[in-house]
Design a protein around this ligand. Structure first.
Ligand SMILES: O=C(Nc1ccc2nc(N3CCOCC3)sc2c1)c1ccc(CN2C(=O)C=NC2=O)cc1
Length: 484
């Protein structure tokens, strides 16, 4: 039997139903299963995955398995696991709760940090045919925690010492102390463990900006232990996540959270990058009058040419019925600004991190009262009696008040992941210990599959036309620096 740690295998039946529905909305992954079914290019791959254990991720996992991979999985966030998806992934399409035949998953919603890092450590305990514990030879990462554990492990094996952090050394986070304790324990068991793991790993494919940033830092310091593919910067990943994912789930989150009519209202969107563009389009589509706040003159000009007023947040906050932050920056909406909103104005964040809205400052505002309406929806009442409705406690509301990106959007992201896993596993000799993006032709391949799935008919260039613009008939159609 397989090893695993999930909340409740009894949820597997529900999870399997939602996985089946999601497969229909994830044509990218299902097409890759068909295309690679024969070749099984990931036969022999042992993939350690650290990525939100959701219904969509279950489809990704089962795609890797159908391409021949052996997989172990954890979530990369202590709250993001959908327990029914985790259960269904362990049971598998042909197993039962009594006799699971799926994939070892170590994830449940609401893990403590100690549990989170214990789960992550389980990723590295594959067993080979002879029943020996072996490590992965591929990593699929989101945020870089699996990659971090290997790199820190190797670093401490080199010196033979895992630093003990003196309690008064407050600069070190509690989480880092947990990582050190995890490594100290594992080094005591086997002082060469992580060096062995690292030597087996052919490469890592990374999902998000945070993880990609960490990889570039390791590469710059010459510390990267294996090649990495930056999946985040595939056009069919980040632009689609940010623009089309948010365009869908911003409205979903607002409706589930407040059921407020958006038509006829004034919405202020801070930030007009891909996420802001998706947010503005969705709100304008519902009949809101949208005002954009932007620091970048190019993005601001784009907003104006789309017919939206561009103003400073502090000048228009009093007119706003709905305030959305999508800047990827911090300290966008202060408590003082929130004290000047209309009564029952709604504020929500869909930006990169959780620090766009100053929740700490709001909690310290003199005389403020917090009234919880329902999970992820709070009314904060100011001394003057007016209130503001805050969604997801200022954190990403598309996750807290809705269900994240829709399956079709994740199909694009995860098709890039599968292609990147196949690329690194089968051609790892062609890669140095550096960070790479997928070639544009593969980005286009992901797009082709999804165009076809939506019934689009691509126009074929004649040889003459292709030569005229200096491209191959089959692509790539744009230069590397092209901005879509
Ligand atoms: O982060 C994700 N999800 C998440 C869900 C709930 C949640 N609750 C939280 N808290 C904070 C403390 O107080 C209690 C509540 S944090 C948190 C995070 C997440 C990101 C990307 C994808 C990628 N993705 C999709 O978007 C769709 N399918 C996917 O795999 C998923 C989840």
């Amino acid at each position: 039997g397989i090893d695993f740690a999930v909340a409740d295998l009894g949820l597997a039946e529900f999870g399997r139903k939602e996985i089946r529905l999601a497969e229909h909305e994830m044509p990218g992954l299902m097409e890759l299963r068909r295309e690679y079914a024969e070749a099984r290019p990931l036969h022999g791959a042992r993939v350690a995955g650290s990525l939100h254990m959701t219904v969509q991720t279950a489809v990704l996992i089962e795609t890797l398995v159908s391409l021949g991979a052996d997989v172990r999985w954890v979530s990369c966030n202590i709250f993001s696991t959908q327990d029914h998806a985790a259960a269904a992934t362990v049971v598998g399409p042909h197993g039962t709760a009594e006799e699971p035949k799926g994939v070892p998953v170590f994830a449940w919603k609401g893990e403590t940090l100690e549990e989170y890092w214990w789960c992550t450590e389980q990723l590295f305990k594959f067993t080979d045919e002879a029943g020996n514990v072996v490590g992965p030879n591929m990593i699929l990462d989101d945020g870089g925690d699996a990659t971090l554990l290997v790199h820190k492990g190797v670093e401490f094996e080199k010196t033979g010492v895992v630093p003990t952090v003196e309690d008064e050394d407050l600069t070190v986070s509690d989480e880092y102390r947990i990582v050190l304790d995890t490594l100290r324990r594992s080094l005591a068991e086997d002082p060469k463990r992580w060096t062995t793991v690292a030597s087996d790993v052919r490469g890592v494919t990374e999902e998000t900006t945070t993880g990609v940033h960490r990889l570039y830092q390791l590469a710059e310091q010459g510390l990267l232990l294996f090649p990495a593919i930056n999946v985040n910067d595939s056009v069919t990943k980040s632009k689609f996540d940010n623009k089309y994912g948010i365009r869908h789930s911003l409205i979903d989150g607002l409706n589930r959270g407040t059921d407020v009519l958006i038509g006829g209202k004034v919405a202020v969107v801070c930030g007009y990058g891909d996420t802001g563009k998706g947010s503005v389009e969705a709100l304008a589509g519902q009949g809101a009058r949208v005002i954009v706040a932007e620091a970048d003159p190019i993005c601001a000009l784009q907003a104006l040419l789309e017919g939206h007023q561009v103003a400073r947040l502090e000048d228009v906050i009093g007119q706003a019925d709905i305030i959305i932050t999508a800047t990827g920056n911090k300290d966008i909406v202060s408590a003082d600004l929130m004290s000047r909103t209309k009564h029952q104005a709604i504020i929500a964040n869909v930006g990169h991190f959780d620090n766009e809205i100053d929740m700490a400052g709001l909690g310290r505002y003199p005389g403020i009262r917090r009234l919880n309406i329902k999970p992820q929806v709070d009314e904060w009442v100011f001394p003057d009696g007016h209130s503001i409705i805050v969604l997801s406690e200022g954190r990403l509301m598309n996750l807290g008040n809705a269900t994240g990106h829709p399956s079709f959007v994740m199909s694009n992201s995860f098709a890039n992941q599968v292609i990147a896993q196949v690329e690194l596993f089968t051609k790892h000799e062609e890669y140095n210990k550096d960070v790479y993006r997928l070639p544009k032709i593969l980005d286009e391949k992901v797009a082709r599959i999804h165009v076809q799935a939506l019934g689009g008919e691509l126009t074929k260039l004649t040889k003459d036309q292709a030569e005229y613009i200096g491209v191959d008939v089959e692509g790539p159609f744009k230069p590397e620096h092209y901005r879509y």
